[in-house]
Design a protein around this ligand. Structure first.
Ligand code: ADP
Ligand code: MG
Length: 699
C-alpha cells in the first residue's frame, strides 16, 4: 500500500511540529532554545515536556520509555522502563516525570569504561540530549542521551561529539565575526554518512558459524565469478532486495531519517544507502538507527544484513563515507565557494583550516577509523590506503598554487591572485571529484572522508575532524584578531598555510604503490597500516593536548578509550581464531577425512575389480586430499600454539601487536589450506554454504 510519504515521515518522532502543537507556547520557546544550544531545561519545564511526550507516545501505543545511548561498544544501548505506576485502586496509570526524562541511572556497570568507573563510581548516569529528537521504537519512547560517570567523565560517543561541536562552533564564530558577520548566532557541522552493506540469505547464514560469531567469513574458496565484470554496481536490484529496501526506507522515514539514495554497490550482494545530510549529532544518531533497522528489516525478509568491513575475501568490503561540512545558523555552507571576493577569501580560509588540520592530525584521523575489521580494507586496493592525503582537484590545486607563488591563476589574465580581491573561478561540481581513491576529498562544497568502516559509529571520526579544525581556527582567529591590516594578514596566513601543508594534497591514484613510497619517503606523511600502531597515537602528548585544549577529552578519558579500543582489537581477533579452530576441528577436518575415506573406498573397489579400471581420478584426488588434510591439521596446531603464546605479552599494547604479528598470520595460513581443500572436496560433502551460494543466492 502506498501511503502519503510526507504524512508518514517522522510520524514516530517527537519533533518540532509535534512540540509546537502539544507544548504551551512558553515551554515550546524554551525547548527550541535548548535544542539550539544543548542547554538543559529547568525541572518545571522538563515536567511539562515529559507529560506531553508521554501523552503523545501513549497515544501511539508506547508502553515503555528508555534512555537511548551510545556506549563504547560502538552500538546503542537501552534499558526499558514501563510507564506504569500503581494508582490507589489497585490499578495502574501511565506516568513519566521531568526527572525521568532528564536523567537516568541505568545499572550499566558491564559496559566498557576503560577503567574509568573503577576509579570513580561503579555506575554511570544518562543525561537527556535535547538537540536530538525523541522517537518511538518497539512501542518504547527512546530518549537520546549522553552517558557519563559520576565524576563527569564521558563513557560514550555522544558526549565528546557534542563537546567537539561546541569547540568548532566557538572558533568558527570568532572567524565569522572577523569577516564582519554579526547575524550568525551559531555554526554546526553537518554530516551525510553513506552506508554500505551486504545482504545474504538467512538460511545460508545460519549454517555459517563464522558469520554468526564474527560477522565475516573466516573460510571460503573464491567463486568462479567475483566483481570483475563490474556488472553489479548500479545494476538492476533483485526483487527480494527491492522489497527489503522499500520497507527499510519506510521504517526510516517514519523515524525521521532522511533516507535518500539506494543502489547496488561494487561487490555481488553489496548495496548502499545514503541519507540527506543533517547536523552531526543527529546524523550520528540516525546512522546508528539505520544500521539497527537494516538488520531488523532484513530478518523480516529472510535475509541478513552484514555490516562488517570485510565479510568476504576477494571482493570489496564495506565502508561508510563521511561527508562533512560547516553550516551557519542562517543556512550558509562555509565550504561553498562564493560569488564575491569577500566570500571567497572566507571560503579559502576555511579550506586552508581543514588542510592544515588534516595534515597536523593525520595520525588522529587514521586512528579514528582503526578497528580490526577495517584493517582488512584499508590499503587493499578497494579503499583508501592507511595514509591520509587530501584530494582537491586540479583546478583548486592550481588556484592554491598561484596564491602560494603570487602568480596569476589564469595565464590570460596576467593579474596576481590575491585573496580577498579576486573572484574565484567557479568550480563545476562534476569536475571536482571522481577520484574514489582519496581518503579525504573535497567534493565541491564538503569534504568526504572515505576511510571509516561500514560498522563504525561516525561519532569517532567527527570528534577528530571537528576538534582538529577547531584547533586550527583558534590559531587563525588569534592571529587575525591581532592584525593591524586584516587583508594583508589574511593573505599571508593563507599563503603560508598552503606552503606549509601542501604535502598533504594529492590528486593522483591513492591505490598506486608508487604513492605509498612518495607519501612516506618524499613527503614524510604518516603511514599506520594496522590498528595497534594507530591506536598508540591516542596517547601522544600532542593529541592529549589537542583534546584537552578544547575540552573534548580529558587525559583520563583518552587513556580509557585507548584501553578499550586496544582491548577490543585483541578480543575480536581472539574470537575469530577460536571460531576457526572450532570450525576446523568439528566440521572441516571430519568432513574432509570422511570424503577421503569415501574416495578411498571407491578406489579400493575399483582395484578389487577383476577387470582393470582406470583409477587415476581417485588416486590423484585421494593423494591431494591426504596432503591437504595433513596441511590443515598442522596449520590448526600452529594457530593453537600462536594463541597460546598470547600469555607472554607484557601489556595491552604488546598483546594487540602479538595478535597482529603472530595470530593473524597463523589464521591466514590456516585459511589458505582450508580454502584449497574446499576446491577439491565434493560440494555436498563440504560443511558450509559456499561463496557462490552466499554471494549469488538472492534473486
Ligand atoms: P556521491 O558521493 O555518491 O557522489 P553526493 O556527493 O551527492 O553523492 O552526496 C553524498 C552525501 O553527501 C549525501 O549523503 C549528502 O547528503 C551528503 N552531503 C551533501 N551536502 C552536504 C553537506 N553540506 N554537509 C554534509 N554532507 C553533505
Ligand atoms: Mg560519496
Amino acid at each position: 500500500m502506498i501511503r502519503n510519504i510526507p504524512a508518514l515521515f517522522g510520524e514516530l518522532v517527537f519533533n518540532e511540529s509535534v512540540m509546537k502543537e502539544r507544548l504551551p507556547e512558553e515551554t515550546f520557546k524554551a525547548m527550541k532554545k535548548a535544542m539550539g544550544d544543548g542547554k538543559r531545561l529547568d525541572s518545571a519545564l522538563a515536567d511539562v515536556v515529559a507529560k506531553a511526550m508521554r501523552d503523545w507516545a501513549v497515544e501511539k501505543g508506547a508502553t515503555h520509555y528508555t534512555h537511548w545511548f551510545q556506549p563504547m561498544t560502538g552500538i546503542t544501548a537501552e534499558k526499558h522502563d514501563s510507564f506504569i505506576t500503581p494508582d490507589k485502586n489497585g490499578g495502574v496509570i501511565m506516568e513519566f516525570s521531568g526527572k525521568e526524562l532528564v536523567r537516568g541511572e541505568p545499572d550499566a556497570s558491564s559496559l566498557p569504561s576503560g577503567g574509568l568507573r573503577a576509579t570513580f563510581e561503579a555506575r554511570g548516569y544518562t543525561a537527556w540530549d535535547p538537540t536530538s529528537f525523541a522517537f518511538i521504537k518497539d512501542d518504547t519512547l527512546c530518549i537520546p542521551t549522553a552517558f557519563c560517570s559520576y565524576g563527569g567523565e564521558a563513557l560514550d560517543k555522544k558526549t565528546p561529539l557534542l563537546r567537539s561541536m561546541e569547540a568548532i562552533n566557538k572558533q568558527t564564530m570568532r572567524i565569522l565575526r572577523l569577516f564582519g558577520n554579526t547575524s550568525v548566532t551559531s555554526v554546526k557541522t553537518t554530516v551525510g554518512p553513506e552506508q554500505e552493506y551486504f545482504l545474504i540469505d538467512r538460511a545460508l547464514y545460519e549454517k555459517r558459524m563464522d558469520l554468526r560469531f564474527t560477522g565475516r567469513t573466516l573460510f571460503g574458496a573464491k567463486p568462479p565469478k567475483g566483481q570483475e565484470l563490474d556488472d553489479h554496481y548500479f545494476g538492476t536490484i533483485p526483487t527480494r532486495v527491492v522489497a527489503f529496501m522499500k520497507e527499510l526506507d519506510r521504517e526510516l522515514w517514519r523515524l525521521g531519517v532522511l533516507a535518500k539514495t539506494r543502489h547496488n554497490e561494487t561487490a555481488p550482494a553489496q548495496h548502499e544507502l545514503a541519507p540527506i545530510f543533517s547536523t552531526t549529532n543527529i546524523a550520528t544518531d540516525h546512522n546508528q538507527l539505520t544500521m539497527e533497522i537494516m538488520k531488523r528489516v532484513a530478518a523480516r525478509h529472510g535475509l541478513v544484513c552484514l555490516l562488517h568491513e570485510k565479510p568476504f575475501e576477494g571482493v570489496n568490503g564495506s565502508g561508510k563515507h563521511n561527508n562533512w561540512s560547516l553550516t551557519t545558523s542562517d543556512g550558509v555552507n562555509l565550504l561553498e565557494p562564493g560569488d564575491t571576493p569577500h566570500e571567497n577569501a572566507q571560503f579559502l580560509l576555511f579550506l586552508c583550516a581543514v588542510i592544515k588540520a588534516v595534515d597536523e592530525y593525520q595520525d588522529m584521523l587514521r586512528l579514528s577509523v582503526a578497528t580490526a575489521g577495517n584493517d582488512h580494507r584499508l590499503g587493499s586496493h578497494e579503499a583508501p590506503p592507511a595514509i591520509i592525503s587530501m584530494f582537491l582537484g586540479d583546478e583548486l590545486t592550481a588556484l592554491l598554487d598561484s596564491i602560494e607563488r603570487d602568480k596569476a591563476y589564469d595565464a590570460r589574465e596576467k593579474v596576481q591572485m590575491k585573496v580577498g580581491v579576486h573572484v574565484l573561478p567557479r568550480f563545476p561540481k562534476d569536475t571536482t571529484d571522481r577520484n574514489r581513491t582519496s581518503p579525504f576529498a573535497f567534493t565541491g562544497n564538503k569534504f568526504e572522508f572515505r576511510m571509516p568502516g561500514s560498522s563504525l559509529s561516525v561519532a569517532g571520526p567527527n570528534i577528530v575532524i571537528n576538534t582538529a579544525v577547531a584547533d586550527v581556527l583558534a590559531r587563525f582567529a588569534t592571529r587575525l584578531e591581532g592584525a593591524s591590516d586584516f587583508e594583508t594578514e589574511l593573505h599571508d596566513l593563507i599563503k603560508e598555510t598552503i606552503k606549509n601543508h601542501k604535502r598533504i594534497i594529492f590528486n593522483g591514484n591513492g591505490y598506486d604503490d608508487a604513492w605509498i613510497k612518495e607519501a612516506t619517503e618524499v613527503r614524510g606523511l604518516s603511514n599506520l597500516p594496522s590498528t595497534p600502531e594507530a591506536l598508540k597515537c591516542y596517547i601522544d602528548p600532542k593529541n592529549i593536548e589537542l583534546f584537552g585544549r578544547h575540552g573534548v577529552f580529558s587525559e583520563t578519558e583518552i587513556c580509557s578509550r585507548y584501553e578499550i579500543l586496544l582491548g577490543n582489537y585483541s578480543k575480536v581477533i581472539h574470537i575469530e581464531a577460536l571460531t576457526m579452530l572450532d570450525m576446523v576441528n568439528k566440521d572441516i577436518l571430519p568432513a574432509v577425512s570422511a570424503y577421503t575415506k569415501k574416495l578411498t573406498d571407491a578406489l579400493n573397489a575399483k582395484k578389487a575389480s577383476p577387470v582393470k579400471l582406470d583409477t587415476s581420478y581417485e588416486e590423484e584426488t585421494v593423494s591431494v586430499l591426504c596432503g591437504t588434510l595433513g596441511g590443515i591439521f598442522s596449520a590448526e596446531k600452529a594457530l593453537e600454539v600462536a594463541l597460546d603464546g598470547v600469555k607472554s605479552a607484557s601489556d595491552r599494547q604488546a598483546k594487540a601487536e602479538y595478535y597482529r604479528d603472530k595470530v593473524i598470520p597463523a589464521m591466514k595460513e590456516l585459511r589458505k589450506v582450508v580454502d584449497s581443500a574446499e576446491t577439491v572436496t565434493d560440494r555436498s560433502a563440504w560443511p558450509y554454504p559456499s561463496y557462490s551460494q552466499l554471494l549469488y543466492g538472492i534473486e
